[in-house]
Design a protein around this ligand. Sequence first.
Ligand SMILES: Nc1ncnc2c1ncn2[C@@H]1O[C@H](COP(=O)(O)OP(=O)(O)O)[C@@H](O)[C@H]1O
Ligand SMILES: [Mg+2]
Length: 266
Amino acid sequence: MENWQTQKKYIKTFNNEECALYTHNLSVFYGGTVQKLFDVSLGFKKNTITALIGASGSGKSTFLRSLNRLNDRVARVDGNIMFHELDINQKKINVYELRKAIGMVFQKPNPFPKSIKENITYALKANGEQDKAKLNQLVEESLRAAALWDEVKDKLDQSALALSGGQQQRLCIARAIALKPEVLLLDEPASALDPVSTAKLEDTLKQLRSKYTMIMVTHNMQQASRISDYTAFFHLGHALEYDTTTNVFTNPQGKITEKYIQGSFG
Ligand SMILES: Nc1ncnc2c1ncn2[C@@H]1O[C@H](COP(=O)(O)OP(=O)(O)O)[C@@H](O)[C@H]1O
Ligand SMILES: [Mg+2]
């Protein structure tokens, strides 16, 4: 494969070994023909949070969803997605296995209409785990990691749908974590939450940073600046700038980036 690291002027690059995941010339064509993502080459450094920012329709979700093959049915995705030296954008990849390693948390909390506990054990059981003690341990571990344990430990058998939106979102994170992923994809995970729940969710994500690589779409610039280490700016389907969050926010290199950042903060 050619060197993916020489793409665009303002795109920060890392050595491949430093990255949990990287893309090379990722392009997405909806309906097989309408191109909405153009040759995006980005590397995501291990154990960091990267924010994907940009105007509505700039391709952030399109990019994010491609990373765990959620666009398979609606789009043609060209290019490479490298994960452990394997191109996971190949047809032969088992996407169910892949989604355990690269988990996804959506904009709207979507717990299963089951108990809190079952939300976590469902996939584990489907994967063959039957040991009750082990399952209970994983439920506690995952809920603790998602900073939800204290709030739900006395009502694990109650419906997940009775939880608040913020709690449901942390449950979705716990559910993903239970599968021991390496990468967590988050698509505007706080956009349906009130400020207090948002702050809690941000705290949770910051705590998880030591163990997971997180890639998060957000339209909230303050949020990006609060919790992300790196920021990628998307514009009309192109990644135009990628650097530390501090650099992108305080010293953007591109004119379009600068305008967007100023407009969004101002
Ligand atoms: N399933 C789809 N089919 C056709 N076009 C889509 C689909 N999903 C997104 N698009 C289009 O792709 C472009 C990028 O959308 P999206 O990735 O959702 O942007 P963002 O997440 O940055 O708001 C938009 O023009 C959008 O209308
Ligand atoms: Mg989106």
